[in-house]
Design a binder for this molecule. Structure first.
Ligand SMILES: [Zn+2]
Length: 181
């Protein structure tokens, strides 16, 4: 929690004018209104009324459309690099599979980090989804497409063509978990 957030927390009047249906000794830690036990939500700073949670979610996710655009652009551009890297690594036959287990998540983590830095403190509830779609778009020509082609022509190398696809799945998983939590 930074200074700005701490200041917000101290002088916070929960919107919505919550009223407890029954007399209660419990009070919202933020707005100090009497709080029904059934409505109380536990936070690290004490029990709060439901309106506080709603307001908090609204202020927590501050990303605008431009931040989503930035996330998608970064994910597509870096996704091309991730796809190329996975394609290269996948060609190292058996060891390619082992390398992919490391390269995939690492690549996804790098893309997530780049998006976080570009967007600064702005968080978006669905940035992870936009980024995952961007990553898939950028990497598809080097991962999913070759595997599909190998499948269509009945190539015996089809199984190996799946290695970069698995790498992309690992990268997307790492990307989503970094941006989501
Ligand atoms: Zn409250």
């Amino acid at each position: 929690m930074d200074a700005q957030e701490a200041a917000l927390d101290q002088a916070f009047d929960c919107p919505g004018n919550y009223r407890a249906a029954n007399p209660s000794a419990l009070r919202c830690a933020k707005c100090n209104r009497p709080l029904d036990v059934k409505d109380a939500r536990l936070t690290p700073t004490g029990y709060v009324c439901p309106y506080y949670i709603k307001a908090r979610v609204a202020t927590f996710y501050t990303a605008g459309p431009q931040h989503y655009v930035v996330a998608v652009i970064i994910a597509v551009v870096l996704g091309v690099g991730v796809g190329l890297a996975l394609q290269l690594v996948g060609q190292v036959s058996f060891f390619g599979l082992i390398l992919t287990l490391f390269v995939g998540p690492a690549a996804g983590g790098l893309v997530a980090e780049a998006i976080r830095r570009a967007n600064g403190k702005q968080r978006g509830q669905y940035i992870w989804l936009a980024a995952a779609i961007g990553l898939a778009i950028g990497a598809t020509p080097f991962t999913i497409l070759p595997a599909l082609l190998a499948l269509l022509v009945g190539s015996p190398g089809f199984i190996f063509a799946l290695i970069p696809v698995a790498g992309l799945a690992l990268a997307a998983g790492a990307l989503v978990s970094r941006l989501r939590f």
